[in-house]
Design a protein around this ligand. Structure first.
Ligand SMILES: [Zn+2]
Length: 400
């Protein structure tokens, strides 16, 4: 069997596009050089030192789950599984080393997830490997000393969300149990254990419908740290899998690939920064707000740096930044535009703009105290919670 047919089309397209990007290629080269020089400690050595390797004898259940997933997805590389002590539900797949692949689970996940839920998680992690997701060094790029230009950063974010969709599909193919898949995603996002969850996939996914309602009063749902991180919001993943489960890839007589991909894309559009081109009044309000917020943040501490100017002009076009900036006027304009946002822009989209403001502010590699304070003020006025703001500020990402 092969996992290739299940791969999300936009994952593949964005992946190819990113692989041919010069700065992606440059980062890859640097990492390879570091590895050759032995600068990066061996992954396996690290794992053996910090985690417990799960042999077949220790965990026959996990071993047979791995066997099934390997068979279903056509994994052709020896796999080693590890467990590490952590109260958080988490799993990850590490880039292969010396012809061996490593998947690790947190202890709490292994204890709380039942068989079909574990099959989903295992399939998801193997999917990351099979689709070559390790080929794009997104973590080092976004965390590196020279952050990528905003346009590239946003493409990296978009790609990684579609990469999660592909991995989810691989997981669903392994689990063959839609309810267990939804339960696993629910557990991962809520941290809840136990078998008491009477979860209906529709109820969880309904959170997405709420998001789609263009209602300025929409509260930001809790537990949405993955808004604007590399991961799609969990209910969105359930919804995307729901679409997948009705396609011909998952069921006889299901709808065709084009329908699957366009439905998936329209769901994911909820997380795309497409307001930069949008012609509707909400997009216009968001753009005007981004314009003055980005200007205010960039100029608040000792003038606008070249990197900030370049980042700004990537969003708004060549020569779009005014030559002289009257800081008082800028500030009052900003407050007015926040008012307009509060009147018409739904909560999730506000988070989106905040994220873009942070991308521009980070262009010169750091966010200093006055910038941080202004961003915190903007977040507070927009009703964006502190943890959510921290995620936007850090621009931190993990592909797990
Ligand atoms: Zn993942």
């Amino acid at each position: 069997m092969s996992a290739e047919p299940y791969r999300c089309r936009l994952d593949r397209e964005l992946y190819e596009d990113l692989l041919s990007d010069p700065s992606v290629a440059r980062t890859k080269k640097q990492l390879e050089r570091l590895a050759e020089e032995g600068e990066n400690a061996s992954v396996r050595r690290q794992l053996l030192a910090t985690s417990l390797r799960l042999t077949r004898g220790m965990s026959p259940q996990l071993a047979s789950i791995a066997d099934e997933c390997i068979e279903k997805l056509g994994v052709e590389i020896p796999l080693e599984t590890y467990v590490y002590a952590s109260p958080h539900f988490n799993a990850a797949c590490v880039k292969p080393e010396n012809g061996r692949l490593f998947v690790m689970f947190s202890s709490s996940l292994l204890e709380a997830f039942d068989g079909p839920e574990l099959r989903f998680v295992m399939g998801h992690e193997l999917g990351h490997y099979l689709y070559g997701h390790h080929d794009i060094p997104i973590g080092p790029m976004l965390r590196g000393e020279a952050p990528p230009p905003p346009e590239l950063a946003l493409r990296l974010f978009a790609w990684s969300r579609y990469a999660e969709i592909s991995a989810d599909r691989a997981g669903a193919v392994c689990a063959q149990d839609d309810a267990a898949v939804a339960r696993a995603l629910f557990r991962l996002s809520s941290g809840l254990r136990g078998s008491a969850i009477k979860l209906r996939i529709e109820e969880f996914a309904a959170q997405v419908d709420e998001m789609q309602v263009e209602d300025a009063k929409t509260a930001i749902p809790r537990n949405t740290q993955d808004w604007f991180s590399t991961h799609p919001f969990s209910p969105l993943r359930v919804k995307a899998l729901n679409v997948f489960s009705k396609s011909a890839l998952a069921v006889d007589g299901g709808f065709d690939n084009d329908t699957l991909e366009s439905r998936t894309q329209s769901l994911m559009a909820l997380m795309e920064p497409n307001y930069l081109e949008g012609k509707d009044p909400i997009a216009e309000t968001m753009r005007r707000f981004l314009f003055s917020a980005a200007l205010s943040v960039a100029s608040i501490s000792g003038g606008v740096s070249d990197a900030e100017r370049a980042a700004f002009e990537e969003f708004f076009g060549h020569d779009s930044m005014p030559d002289t900036l009257d800081s008082e006027r800028l500030r009052s304009l900003l407050e007015e535009r926040i008012d307009s946002v509060l009147e018409s822009v739904p909560a999730p989209k506000r988070v989106q703009v905040l994220h873009d403001i942070c991308v521009i502010a980070r262009a010169d590699d750091h966010i200093d105290e006055p910038e941080r304070e202004l961003i915190a003020h903007i977040a507070e006025r927009l009703g964006i919670s502190e943890p959510l703001m921290e995620v936007a500020l850090s621009g931190d990402v993990e592909l797990d």
